[in-house]
Design a protein around this ligand. Structure first.
Ligand code: NAD
Length: 356
């Protein structure tokens, strides 16, 4: 019997290669916005210039850092207030979207988000903020962008390694969603479709970085995965990664790529349906487990392979484990002890095969 309570978040989602400027203009018109705060990465050039030239931009922030440092957030809010901004347009990865979200949370401004990575923040109502080395996250309907403008050509300038890591971050949204606190048949279906789009898109992109269709397929998968994650909530994987990112400053996408196989190996005996979905979508040797397939896929894509290589000190592992344990949902399919989580982080730190 089906018994669940599923929330679908309301957003307009536009896809179109080469159509970002036109679609942003249409979205801004629809919102009736007349004073835009533009939050745009320096690494993306043409689109922000075009937006600033043709739309009513009153302020432009290009200083963007990962995990939304509180000082940057305060400065962005103050600028939006001084310039009486009535909407935010963000162009960039999860960090640019994340900064826009804090402005939206505190000032109630609508966001038009133009993602340039596969992070997926644009499809969630989750905000994050980091102060005094602690990352806090929360859910707030005001931070969900009103409109998402996807244009796969904007991801073309992403360095290949970063694109692959970002795609694996998206994959983690789908997989972690399978055992997250509000997992249900609808977000599981979205996550399953996301896995196949992401696996197919990233595999094709690895063969040919110029393949725009592959980028678009990965972007579509990233959107589906983030939608599934927004609905299902943060599972064990995301809680560990929030600690590793917020307290130890590890690079977001790569860290997700590294940790996912270990959480999957840990949960697999207690989440056989989730493991079967991963094993079906992610190619691998006959009989290889879901965790090994994820590990081998990450290796094949050339993404960094250990938390040690991302800069985590071995001496930080006990604190990372303690902080993670406090955050891991009690609904995780497998009970987690401090010994478990420390062993998991240690294996990810060393980059050992996950089933060993
Ligand atoms: P990012 O936004 O920090 O970008 C990584 C790097 O890539 C930056 O140097 C950026 O300038 C550069 N870059 C981005 N797009 C580019 C492009 N098209 N071409 C060239 N360079 C480009 O990284 P990310 O992984 O996209 O986002 C990570 C952040 O997003 C973290 O803070 C994370 O917590 C947050 N996040 C939040 C959610 C959510 O639901 N709230 C979901 C996913 C990620």
């Amino acid at each position: 019997m089906l018994t669940f309570d599923h929330h679908t978040l309301g957003q307009r989602v536009l896809f179109g290669v080469g159509a970002a400027a036109e679609n942003v203009a249409a979205a801004v018109r629809e919102l009736g916005a007349e004073r835009l705060l533009l939050i745009a990465e320096n690494s993306i050039t043409a689109l922000p210039d075009e937006i600033a030239e043709h739309l009513p931009v009153v302020a432009w922030i290009s200083e963007i850092a990962q995990h939304v440092p509180a000082d940057n957030a305060r400065a962005a809010i103050a600028l939006a207030q001084t310039e009486a901004a009535d909407a935010v347009v963000s162009v960039g990865g999860g960090s640019a979207t994340g900064l826009a979200k804090i402005v939206a949370r505190d000032l109630g401004l609508p966001i038009v988000a133009v993602p340039t990575t596969f992070a997926g923040s644009e499809a969630t109502d989750v905000w994050g903020l980091t102060e005094d080395n602690r990352k806090v996250t929360g859910i707030d309907a005001r931070v969900l962008p009103k409109v998402i403008v996807y244009d796969a050509s904007l991801t073309a300038s992403l360095p290949v390694q970063l694109a692959m890591a970002s795609g694996l971050n998206a994959l983690a949204h789908a997989v972690d969603g399978f055992w997250a606190p509000r997992a249900d048949p609808i977000n599981t279906a979205l996550g399953t479709e996301a896995l196949s789009a992401l696996h197919g898109g990233l595999t094709a992109l690895d063969r040919n970085p110029e393949d725009l269709e592959a980028r678009e397929r990965a972007l579509y998968g990233a959107y589906l995965a983030a939608t599934a994650f927004a609905s299902a909530g943060s599972g064990m994987h995301h809680k560990i990664c929030h600690v590793l990112g917020g307290t130890f400053g590890l690079s977001h996408a790569e860290m997700h790529a590294v940790v996912l196989p270990y959480v999957t190996a840990f949960n697999t005996p207690y989440a056989p349906d989730a493991a079967a979905r991963v094993a079906k979508s992610v190619e691998g040797r006959d009989g290889a487990s879901a965790a090994t397939r994820l590990f081998d896929f990450r290796t094949a894509l050339g993404v960094v392979g250990s938390l040690k290589d991302l800069g985590l000190e071995e001496s930080d592992i006990p604190l990372a484990a303690q902080l993670s344990l406090k955050a891991i949902p009690t609904s995780n399919p497998r009970n987690v002890t401090i010994t478990d989580v420390e062993a998991l982080i240690r294996a990810a730190w060393a980059g050992e095969p996950p089933d060993s």
